[in-house]
Ligand binder design. Sequence first.
Ligand code: SDX
Length: 436
Amino acid sequence: MKLADNKATLSFSNGTPSIDLPVYHGSVGPDVVDIRKLYAQTGMFTYDPGFLSTAATQSAITYIDGDKGELLYRGYPIEQLATSCDFMETCHLLLYGNLPNAVQKKDFSSLVTNHTMVHEQMQFFLRGFRRDAHPMAIMTGLVGALSAFYHDSTDINNAEHREISAIRLIAKMPTLVAMAYKYTIGQPYMYPKNSLSYSGNFLHMMFANPCEEYKVNPVLERALDRIFILHADHEQNASTSTVRLCGSSGTNPFAAIAAGVACLWGPAHGGANEAALNMLGDIQKNGGVEKIGDFIKQVKDKNSGVKLMGFGHRVYKNYDPRAKLMQETCKEVLQEMGLEKDPLFKLAMALEKIALEDDYFVSRKLYPNVDFYSGIVQRAIGIPVPLFTAIFALARTVGWIAQLNEMIGDPEYKIGRPRQLFTGAVPRDVKPLAQR
Ligand code: SDX
């Protein structure tokens, strides 16, 4: 980051001496006011619950322009990556900062392929869960449990260990998600097949069974690969910030990623794709397109607690570029599966149209986000609704790891330790029990 010739002067109306705060430029996007010395110089904290105006770090990985609806991974527009690259190239880009050439891509892909198996004893963790356990509950447990198997790669401050754990996590997430799925339907686990692509192997582990040959559908393979690309990273979102804060204590990467999985599960975050599909299902059940008006009325009624899931975003105040690409992928998959008339897709398109013309949404700059269409396309691929967020976690693992490694690789990083504005009881003495 570059010191700006501009500076911020903080003055107080009560005569407290004013202070100058340096301003820094990044390569693109908003400047930052450096407040690191504020408490030492004024005895005061800044106050920003929800971090609406706070940059928690500098980063060179992902840039979002929320007003324009732009998303760049290491400078490359998401539209170009989603149409001209595959997920392995995107992983290489996010981890190492550049798109691989043919040799690097081959080496990276085979490195990942050769780490897709998990320790046989991982199966015993699954047996402890009920068959109807939510896949995200299972994933939170399984990812954390990986730390127990990789003592040789849990020194987060060792660059080689960081590299090994990055490959292991990217490689094993599809295996674990497929195992979580197979466990809930009582089918045997399918081992990874090294002859398949990353996405093709995931489809195989999910939908193949030992009794018959399984042929990967190339349209679904490409669609899934694009879904992974679109979900790979997204700047300092809630789960990425969780991974950074968790990793800042020096804990092992598997534990830090497990924390990210747990955070992503929330319906305000990665759980929105499951919630959005359930929302569409409910509207469909209650009358479909004709009943959209009633639903929108509920959403506008603050007391209803009903939100239009898959809409709105803290950063995007324009159309989420991923939602556009996801809608296109939706059309391709529905066509391939002969589901062009899928009522939920039609309902989603109608809902989007009505919302984008309604002042409640327009005035609040609420647009479809990545989660609005992703559920429809995953459902068309045959992925069960409760597994949607686990697929999001699978794809986001590379982003979490890249962000974690960027932080740990920064010699200036410290353990994250926010402060507070205390509004509780001032010091008081304990009365003996008889006097309470
Ligand atoms: C993801 O951060 C990321 O980058 C996340 C993500 C990633 O890739 O990591 O992009 C993935 O999490 C996408 C978001 C998925 N979540 C949802 O789709 C859930 C529904 N959306 C909302 O819960 C909400 O929009 C958030 C949580 C996404 C953003 O909330 P903010 O920025 O805290 O905004 P807010 O809740 O303060 O809302 C501002 C106004 C409020 O109305 P007023 O109080 O001003 O009258 O907009 C309203 C909100 O009530 N509003 C909605 C709404 N989202 C916001 N009203 C109806 N439906 C919605 N979806």
